[in-house]
Design a protein around this ligand. Sequence first.
Ligand code: 13P
Length: 253
Amino acid sequence: MRKKIVAGNWKMNLTLAQGEQLINDILQAGLKLEEGQEVVVATPFPYLLKAKSLLKNYPGFYVAAQNCYSEKSGAYTGEVSAEMLQSIGVDYVILGHSERREYFQESNAMLAKKIDQVLANGLKPIFCCGEPLAIRQAETQNDYVAKQLEESLYHLTVEQLKNVVIAYEPIWAIGTGLTASSAQAQDMHAFIRSQIANKFGREAALHTSILYGGSAKPGNAGELFGCADVDGGLIGGASLVAADFVAIIQKLS
Ligand code: 13P
């Protein structure tokens, strides 16, 4: 019904040769993806073309950028547009990762514009949301995430929303070794789905893939992916180790 996705976010890691080796090692595992399952590799910009060509004969394997700019084109030195990404065959674009929000001051409003650029060019955003530790401790995470969804996604049409993947990444779980429990993940994913249903309708909500991210590993992925509203994962550290990434993908079924 809705796609099950494991996406590896390499962040700012690996050389081209190391990245090529990693993709080849993943492919060597001979994974048999089931209908509706997808694997996405989010490499740094300079490796996207290479990653796309390595994966081109592997159905179910896709390539993602980790960001793009909020404007269509023009005098924005150093930036990369959604149209450029589309022109080299990129499939997905991660938007709103907490590291971009924190280190590059990306606001919900700016992310709404990035989402528009990505969708206008026929690419699919993987929209990240999630609360910092202080918000979780204050038990106001639902309000916090609701606002992120509202300010970045609620201007979309139902048709547009169908191309959006959401990733819930509690900031306190990213790279910390501290994973959300499966109950915490399920609660938030169900909440996100209910928000989407309220705004876009039940049908759209049921078709929206919601991934979990934050210290997902082979040892906890099975339990997380077993939750009713968890449709896969956005994997950081463990996506840099072929055996771990493959083991996580295998937990999808
Ligand atoms: P880790 O899996 O390293 O915690 O990173 C998660 C993440 O930020 C994926 O985008």
